[in-house]
Ligand binder design. Structure first.
Ligand SMILES: [Zn+2]
Ligand SMILES: [Zn+2]
Ligand SMILES: [Zn+2]
Length: 108
């Protein structure tokens, strides 16, 4: 398989999105977003560069978390801000379906 060349793939974690309601920063300020991006380091949900506030890119500049993936339904590509490469879906860990039902302890 041809790989993206991103050097951060083995640092990625199983993140749980901080929200599924939209860009968390836009929600806070009443902004609007076009597409959503998920930080694969901490689960931050931010908006894409077509959005007025570009919170996903801003999140990278603020935190240096290198890799995001699309948080749009049916899209499974990622992007590394440091290496500036697209990452194929197979190189990313699959998104965890949904959080465990309430009342159950999180998996160890
Ligand atoms: Zn990388
Ligand atoms: Zn935003
Ligand atoms: Zn992050």
């Amino acid at each position: 398989m041809e790989t993206s060349g991103c050097t951060h793939l083995d640092t990625l974690r199983d993140v749980r999105p901080s929200t599924t309601a939209g860009c968390e920063d836009c929600l806070r300020i009443g902004g609007r977003w076009v597409h959503l991006r998920l930080c694969l380091e901490c689960g931050h949900v931010g908006c894409c560069d077509s959005s007025p506030n570009r919170h996903a890119t801003r999140h990278f500049h603020a935190t240096q978390h290198p890799v995001i993936r699309s948080f749009e339904p049916g899209e499974d590509w990622g992007w590394c801000y440091v290496d500036e490469v697209m990452i194929e879906g197979e190189e990313l860990r699959p998104l965890k379906p949904s959080p465990a039902p309430a009342g159950q302890p999180p998996p160890a």
